[in-house]
Write a protein that binds this ligand. Structure first.
Ligand SMILES: Nc1ncnc2c1ncn2[C@@H]1O[C@H](COP(=O)(O)OP(=O)(O)OP(=O)(O)O)[C@@H](O)[C@H]1O
Length: 263
């Protein structure tokens, strides 16, 4: 197993319940901790998996502070209840301001981040190079491909300085080639900054697990209404985390089969 330590709590969900006309989510408890490895500073990548209609989007909204649970709470950064705006949220359609150029949108995001004061332009250029968008900064969103829009959305959140980035179906609508690039890019984001925590909600089990260190499977338990965390898989303990070509390994495929059997 890769040598590592789990340190302070970054996010905690405690007894989260969500009820509409029936129970949707119940007894959701989990904790995301900062992980350190000797000589490596990096963030966490957590994936939430569950079959269609189970409650992933509802949990995503609760984690991002966009919806209040019926009871229970989600706290971040030393026990503060999460509120809308605390998290960088990247929705499936990569919403961008269509009337602004990429550079204008990115500048707006950078200006919100006091830590970048005076270095906004330079930081945008650095990220644009890293995300292969240098030649696209003066284009409007409608002139970009799906993959490029996705990269601009992620850059926006990084520039804003969001330490938590929630991604709803980050792999949908991407072709096979772009998929590999998206996986690589998210891995790069998580490995490039110890403070970033990526929380991914996805149907794409292979690709999301390939970049995660923890997987939570949301599901129903027999005789109980409402979904809960049925299983937590620690990919670090299984030595499946942080490896670029993990998808080709048999051990990885076995874990994927285990997850599918749990859905
Ligand atoms: N406003 C609402 N009122 C009542 N029930 C709702 C409401 N919004 C969602 N639901 C129900 O909550 C459940 C969970 O929905 P959710 O969108 O979270 O599922 P999901 O796991 O994200 O599904 P998918 O993978 O298909 O997107 C569904 O059964 C849905 O019908």
């Amino acid at each position: 197993m890769t040598q590592h330590t789990k340190e302070e709590v970054l996010l905690q969900a405690t007894d989260v319940q969500l009820t509409f006309d029936r129970s949707i989510l119940r007894d959701i408890n989990f904790c995301i901790r900062n992980i350190t490895r000797p000589g490596v500073l990096q963030g966490q990548v957590v994936t939430l998996i569950g079959r269609s209609g189970i409650g992933k989007t509802q949990l995503f909204k609760i984690l991002s502070g966009l919806q209040s649970p019926t009871s229970g709470q989600v706290t971040i950064n030393n026990n503060k209840p999460v509120k809308a705006g605390d998290m960088g949220v990247i929705f499936q359609n990569y919403y961008l301001f269509e009337w602004r150029t990429v550079h204008q949108s990115l500048m707006l995001a950078a200006k919100k981040n006091k830590a970048l004061f005076g270095r906004e332009k330079q930081t945008i250029e650095q990220y644009a190079e890293q995300f292969q968008l240098t030649g696209h900064l003066n284009l409007y969103p409608q002139q970009l491909s799906g993959g490029q829009r996705q990269r601009v959305s992620i850059m926006q959140q990084l520039l804003k300085g969001s330490n938590f980035i929630l991604l709803d179906e980050p792999f949908s609508g991407l072709d096979v080639c772009m998929l590999d690039k998206a996986v690589e890019m998210l891995l790069q984001v998580s490995l490039s900054d110890e403070l970033k925590t990526l929380i991914i909600v996805s149907h794409d089990i292979e690709n999301s697990v390939a970049i995660s260190d923890t997987v939570y499977i949301l599901g129903n338990e027999p005789g109980k209404e409402g979904a809960t965390i049925k299983k937590e898989i620690d990919l670090i303990e299984r030595d499946l985390a942080w490896q670029k070509h993990i998808k080709q390994e048999r051990r990885f495929m076995e874990t994927i089969e285990e997850i599918k059997a749990c859905l």
